[in-house]
Ligand binder design. Structure first.
Ligand code: NAD
Length: 313
């Protein structure tokens, strides 16, 4: 699989990255054995970028990934996060950033991560993120516990404002560039590109809606989006195509995104998703999908503090 530059970091990441949130049972139960096999299959197939967070499975995903990476740490570029610890538990203070990296390194069984990110900053105070959280991340970078630092959010405008005020090495957004939603390119991509910041696009399957997996109870998408996703899946199936592969293939065409992060937790899912690299997108398929999406297009749901939202609700 092709490697792409992650902004100006000098790191080269696989076009498909391994999203480890499913290892925390976020999308249904998986075992340690299954998790380990999936991670090993991914490494053996050329995936070198792994993304996790203490939030996923409330530390379970980090612990499982740490076990799976034993003896293989030098083969991967490892990213984790800080600041989000539960659905409603956030702490972006400098003190918590410092304790968080120590805890994550212990669970990940390593003495450094390649990327340390402030997680879902739309739940934090913008001024604190700018004046306290990002400087604390830089301090961790100087200590050698992280090679590079980044920020992640669903809200694109907030990411842009922080990047303008205090540039970091990478930026991650999710569910804002895939078959169903495209506004990442209007808001975030030009700024990331201009500043040479590595752009990570997560959730190409719209957190599972474009796959055949069961939709978890916490999924925030409204009815119109779920119905649009079901129409897209049907169109792909009718053409003998796997909808998830089509969804990933669409994201892989992006000219600036360094890695497309897909959540996966089994050998079969890793194999299927890597198959997306060989799925060419017929323009007539994309046209049919565009026409079928209808009112499910570019729907953005609420996430975080109201003052951090991209669009007034
Ligand atoms: P996704 O769009 O990648 O979808 C994941 C879902 O699709 C899971 O239910 C998974 O089991 C299912 N799936 C994947 N491959 C499949 C296959 N071949 N067959 C059937 N089902 C399949 O959504 P995601 O997991 O939310 O996003 C990917 C990763 O991006 C996350 O794991 C995480 O690492 C990262 N992420 C980060 C943030 C953030 O930092 N704020 C937010 C979202 C995602």
């Amino acid at each position: 699989m092709g490697l792409r530059p992650l902004g100006a970091t000098g790191l080269r990441v696989s076009a498909i990255g391994f999203g480890a949130s499913p290892l925390g049972n976020e999308f249904g139960h998986v075992s340690q054995d299954e998790s380990t096999r999936a991670v090993h299959q991914a490494i053996d197939s050329g995936i070198n970028f792994f993304d996790v967070s203490p939030y996923y499975g409330r530390t379970l995903a980090e612990s499982r990934l740490g076990i799976a990476l034993q003896g293989k740490r030098d083969k991967v570029i490892l990213a984790t996060k800080c600041g989000r610890y539960d659905t409603d538990r956030f702490d972006f203070s400098a003190e918590r950033v410092r304790s968080s990296i120590d805890e994550s390194l212990q669970r990940l069984r390593t003495d450094y991560v390649d990327l340390f990110q402030a997680h879902d900053i739309e739940f934090g105070n913008e001024r604190q993120i700018e004046e306290e959280t990002v400087p604390a991340l830089r301090e961790i970078q100087r200590s050698g516990q992280a090679r590079f630092i980044g920020i992640t959010s669903y809200q694109l405008g907030l990411l842009v404002r922080i990047l303008q005020a205090r540039p970091v090495d990478t930026v991650l957004s999710y569910c804002r560039f895939n078959l169903l939603v495209r506004d990442m390119d209007n808001l975030l991509t030009p700024v990331a590109k201009e500043k040479g910041i590595g752009l990570i696009n997560a959730s190409p399957l719209h957190m599972g809606l474009l796959s055949e997996s069961e939709i978890p109870a916490w999924h925030p998408a409204p009815r119109s989006v779920r119905d649009a996703a079901a129409r897209v899946r049907r169109i792909c199936r009718d053409r003998g195509l796997n909808p998830g592969q089509v969804g990933i293939s669409y994201c892989l065409q992006h000219p600036y995104v360094a890695t497309t992060l897909v959540g996966m937790a089994s050998v079969e899912q890793v194999r299927t998703n890597l198959g997306a690299l060989d799925v060419p997108l017929d323009p007539s398929l994309i046209d049919e999908i565009e026409a079928a999406i209808g009112p499910g297009r570019n729907v953005v749901w609420a996430s975080g503090l109201p003052e951090n939202a991209d669009y007034a609700s």
